[in-house]
Design a binder for this molecule. Structure first.
Ligand SMILES: Cc1cc2nc3c(=O)[nH]c(=O)nc-3n(C[C@H](O)[C@H](O)[C@H](O)COP(=O)(O)O)c2cc1C
Length: 179
């Protein structure tokens, strides 16, 4: 079986049972659920927006639905609400710098949001990142409150796949790759 080889994650940590969840313990426990990594893009009058997510879930096959969760105050969430559409770009193992860049606080917005990140205009003019494993162009079907996040349920209207490559993973707060 393939192993996680490049994540310099912390040691084994302490075992916990029956703890009341606070933000830190919840993050640590849910961080043991390894995920892929995606960059969600959208486009509006102010230019493109992009943010890194691992809250991506496939919801339904017929109709094809997926969801992402974006935290309160997310610039990209506001842009998606305004545009009514977004594209999910599933990242490959070589795109950790892109993932980190699109998660960085204080990064440029508007026309410079994707500066240095190779991309092309795709479905509805929304950026598709070059080298992504796959992408999904979605119309916002529903926007639901989810605590301090907003859940965007997207109907997949267009999709594409790139070359076969290994995925970028996120595990215990670190990027990881398959061995
Ligand atoms: C691997 C990874 C996964 C992330 N997943 C999410 C997510 O699912 N939802 C979210 O709101 N923020 C997530 N973040 C944090 C955002 O990418 C980050 O806060 C970003 O600066 C928010 O930009 P925005 O205001 O354009 O949304 C993640 C960050 C990383 C590194």
């Amino acid at each position: 079986m393939a192993g996680i080889v490049t994540a310099g994650h912390q040691g084994p940590g302490t075992s916990v049972r029956g703890a009341r969840p606070d933000e830190r313990s919840f993050r640590r426990a849910i961080g043991r659920f390894g995920t892929g990594v995606a960059v969600v893009t959208t486009a509006g009058p102010g230019g493109p927006s992009a943010t890194t997510v691992n809250s991506l879930t496939s919801v339904s096959l017929e109709p094809p639905l997926l969801l992402i969760c974006l935290k309160e105050g997310s610039r990209t969430a506001a842009a998606i609400s305004a545009a009514g559409a977004f594209t999910v770009n599933v990242l490959s193992g070589g795109q950790a710098a892109t993932a980190a860049g699109c998660a960085a606080a204080g990064r440029p917005s508007g026309e410079r949001a994707l500066e240095g990140v190779p991309h092309r205009p795709g479905w509805r003019g929304i950026p598709v990142l070059s080298g992504s494993l796959s992408y999904f162009g979605c119309l916002v079907e529903r926007e639901l409150p989810g605590g301090d996040h907003t859940i965007f349920l997207g109907r997949v209207c267009e999709l594409g796949t790139g070359p076969e490559d290994e995925p970028l993973l996120f595990y215990r707060g670190q990027f990881a790759r398959l061995g």
